[in-house]
Design a binder for this molecule. Structure first.
Ligand code: PBG
Ligand code: ZN
Length: 289
C-alpha cells in the first residue's frame, strides 16, 4: 500500500492499474477490504509531504507511514503490518542510503535505517522489512530494535534484491527513481545467482527472521536455491513491473490477465516461496474465494 498525505484522496498509479496512492483514512479502508478478502498482511510504503537529503520522513515520529501504522493498529484488523524500511522514498536524491558527495555512504546509512525501523515498530509495525541493500543493515536494525525495547519485532530482510528494470512502475508511484546514477552499487547483478546465497547467509547471520528474493518470476532459480539452502521462511516479492506487464497485456486483450496472474503466482510458490508479496493479492484472493 502506498500512503500519501491528506484525507479522503486516492490517486491512481498510471503504470499500475488497480493500485492507488491513498491517504491514511483510505489506507485503512483498503486494509479492511484486504483483510475481508483473506489476505494475511500488508506492506506499507510512504510518499512523504517533502523529501530531504537524509530522508528524515523515514524515521521522524510524524512520518506518513508512522501515521498509517497508528491508524491501522487502532483499526485492529487481522493483518500483519509490515513496514518497508528504506530511505529512497524520503531522500531528495532518490538513493536508498545517505550520500557523501556523489557516493552512497553505506555505514552512515545504517543508523538512519535503524532509526526508521524503531519508528515503525513504535508506531505499531508487526514486522520491519529493510530494502535498502546497505551492507550490515540487518545487524544495525536488530541492535536498534533490541535497544529500543522491540526485541520481539521480526525482520523480513530483502536479502537477495537484484538491480532490476522491473521496479520502474514502483519508482513512478513513489517518485523515488535515483536522480543520478543507478542502484547497481548496492543492489545485485542479475547475472549472478551464487551471490544470492552469500547475501542471504549474511542477513541470516545478522539476525534476519525471514528472507526475501526480489523480483520473483525472473529469479525462480534463486528462490529455489534459497529455499533449499536455508531454513527460514522465504518470501518472494512479485514486483511492480511484473504486475504492470500482466495488466497491460490483459488490457490489450492479448492475454487472460487473471489466468496469467494465477499461473505466475503458482510458479513462484512452486519454486519454493513460503509467502508472496504481490499487487495481485486482492484480485487473486477474490478469484480464489
Ligand atoms: C525501496 C523499494 C523498491 C521496491 C520495494 N522497495 C524500489 C527500488 O529498490 O528501486 C520495488 C518494488 C516494486 O517494484 O514493486 N528500496
Ligand atoms: Zn530504497
Amino acid at each position: 500500500l502506498f500512503v500519501q498525505p491528506g484525507r479522503g484522496r486516492r490517486d491512481p498509479i498510471a503504470s499500475m492499474p488497480g493500485q492507488d496512492r491513498v491517504t491514511v483514512d483510505e489506507t485503512v479502508r483498503d486494509a479492511e477490504a484486504l483483510a475481508s478478502a483473506g489476505i494475511g498482511g500488508v506492506l506499507l510504503f510512504g510518499l512523504p509531504e517533502a523529501k530531504d537529503l537524509d530522508g528524515s520522513g523515514a524515521w521522524l515520529d510524524d512520518g506518513i507511514v508512522q501515521e498509517a501504522l497508528r491508524a491501522l493498529r487502532a483499526a485492529d484488523l487481522p493483518l500483519v503490518l509490515m513496514a518497508d524500511t528504506c530511505l529512497c522514498e524520503y531522500t531528495s536524491h532518490g538513493h536508498c542510503g545517505v550520500l557523501e558527495g556523489q557516493r552512497i555512504a553505506n555505514d552512515p546509512s545504517l543508523a538512519r535505517l535503524a532509526d526508521a525501523a524503531v519508528a515503525y515498530a513504535a508506531a505499531g509495525a508487526d514486522v520491519v522489512a529493510p530494502s535498502a541493500m546497505m551492507d550490515g543493515q540487518v545487524a544495525a536494525i536488530r541492535a536498534g530494535l533490541d535497544g529500543a525495547g522491540f526485541a520481539t519485532t521480526p525482520i523480513l530482510a530483502y536479502a537477495a534484491k537484484y538491480a532490476s528494470a522491473l521496479y520502474g512502475p514502483f519508482r513512478d508511484a513513489a517518485e523515488c527513481a535515483p536522480r543520478f546514477g543507478d542502484r547497481k552499487s548496492y543492489q545485485m547483478d542479475a547475472a549472478n545467482g551464487r551471490e544470492a546465497v552469500t547475501e542471504v547467509a549474511l542477513d541470516v547471520d545478522e539476525g534476519a527472521d525471514m528472507v526475501m528474493v526480489k523480483p520473483a518470476l525472473a529469479y525462480l532459480d534463486v528462490i529455489a536455491t534459497v529455499r533449499a539452502e536455508f531454513d527460514l521462511p522465504v518470501a518472494a516479492y512479485h514486483v511492480s513491473g511484473e504486475y504492470a506487464m500482466v495488466k497491460a497485456g490483459a488490457q490489450l486483450g492479448w492475454i487472460d490477465g487473471d489466468a496469467v496472474a494465477l499461473e505466475h503466482l503458482l510458479a513462484i510458490k512452486r519454486a519454493g516461496a513460503d509467502f508472496i508479496l504481490t499487487y495481485f493479492a486482492r484480485d487473486v484472493a477474490e478469484l480464489l474465494n
